[in-house]
Design a protein around this ligand. Sequence first.
Ligand SMILES: NC(=O)c1ccc[n+]([C@@H]2O[C@H](COP(=O)([O-])OP(=O)(O)OC[C@H]3O[C@@H](n4cnc5c(N)ncnc54)[C@H](O)[C@@H]3O)[C@@H](O)[C@H]2O)c1
Ligand SMILES: O=C(O)CC[C@@H](O)C(=O)O
Length: 482
Amino acid sequence: MASPQNIVNAAALQKDIVDSFSTSVTISSSPQQQFSYMSSSPTNSFMSPTGRRLSTSCAPAKALKPFSTGDVKILLLENVNETAIEILKGQGYQVEFHKTSLPEDELIEKIRDVHAIGIRSKTKLTPKILAEAKNLVTIGCFCIGTNQVDLEYAAEKGIAVFNSPFSNSRSVAELVIAEIICLSRQIGDRSIELHTGTWNKVSARCWEIRGKTLGIIGYGHIGSQLSVLAESMGMQVIYYDVLMIMGLGTAKQVSTLNELLNKSDFVTLHVPEIAETKNMISTEQFNQMKNGSYLINASRGTVIDIPALIHARKTNKIAGAAIDVYPNEPAKNGADLFSNELNTWATELTSLSNIILTPHIGGSTEEAQSAIGVEVSTSLVKYINEGSSVGAVNFPEVSLRSLTLDQDNHVRVLYIHKNVPGVLRTVNEIFAQHNIDKQFSDSRGEIAYLMADISDVDQADRKSLYQQLLQTPFNISTRLLY
Ligand SMILES: NC(=O)c1ccc[n+]([C@@H]2O[C@H](COP(=O)([O-])OP(=O)(O)OC[C@H]3O[C@@H](n4cnc5c(N)ncnc54)[C@H](O)[C@@H]3O)[C@@H](O)[C@H]2O)c1
Ligand SMILES: O=C(O)CC[C@@H](O)C(=O)O
């Protein structure tokens, strides 16, 4: 339980170790502070990714305050939803918000100072930028894709990266359904014509979608959601995925990409941006598609070879395409930004008929953005305040049940370290003079993360524990919460 004595002691400890704290954030001077969103409630019990029950206690959970919350600095870019701002400000953190992404030099300047950064798909967090982020503890990608962050480099620096794996999946699936109908009825073209005064009532090469075959490449969160919607509208669904996945409804998996391309009236891509998916649809694949079929891409811009698409459309190999994502995308909204300077083929693409172009809005709905804001900011708060890395995409997922208010003189150790032999022996020798209440450790590649709750630790012990852990040759980053 926090008492005035605790607070004074905490302040004293903070003064002692603040200079050497590897992440440069200060230990809490306000342990009594209440927080709302991420605190494990007494009744909150949840399962770890490994299926372990993490909390069964009925005692009130103790709010661990690692820092004076006012010292925690968060940089939010790319118009991250206001739900996130509310949650992070609700913690007392300092939140700097920008509607757009930032030019590299400005980003480097700002990232030096912050403990967490929130981005969407435009901000590239490269090794060059992350190397400057001396205080950065965590990154929140307020979207599904995490290809814009060098995940491995972040892990090596002890920076946990979180995303929102499915909060916008439904929005993307609905957009694709709309595009299937718009393409097959040439609605984009009719609309452009009428906006410029031309009445052009035609039915030639306009089709119902009922009974047509939809080929889904990548049957994950979005692909499988789309499959259900498409079937309910009378389409037949086939899909291709590198994994064997059970089809929903009557959807059938095919064993090769070519088989999918040969059989589909509509082909839609829902794969991540990785080396294997770069230019996955190029001239050879267009040649495999049915004459007069359609292509939709709302995954990532590098997945389609756009000059090959332009050729396929010009030669009427395909009857149309809908594209939401591009190899290079403008960093902000505005006129004249989608130009040949950004992508050399922009004018050629925009001049073609029955090509629907949207500005990366697959996941841009009020519902999705608000849910993503809550989900990702809650992950950031849980990681900053409690050390829980559940949901991290580049990091071992580790969590411990909450400490309770009756557990005085406890400290939670968060030790991110190199995954090499001998670490646990060394660390447990450091812990040996105290009682290890609970401990959980996991590794992912070359990085490992150990969480331990230690009891019977007084102020001086905390400082000594902290310094001993910092001095181990395996240390990447160490934090103490209490
Ligand atoms: N346009 C938008 O606004 C928007 C919104 C959300 C997501 N996205 C993009 O959509 C992508 C897919 O999202 P998701 O949530 O469905 O991802 P997911 O991880 O749930 O599913 C991806 C699927 O692709 C499969 N896959 C991977 N490599 C493949 C390959 N070479 N060939 C065939 N299948 C392969 C995987 O096995 C997986 O089943 C994301 O990576 C993101 O880039 C775009
Ligand atoms: O909101 C964004 O910028 C990205 C949306 C989408 O591509 C995602 O990866 O979730």
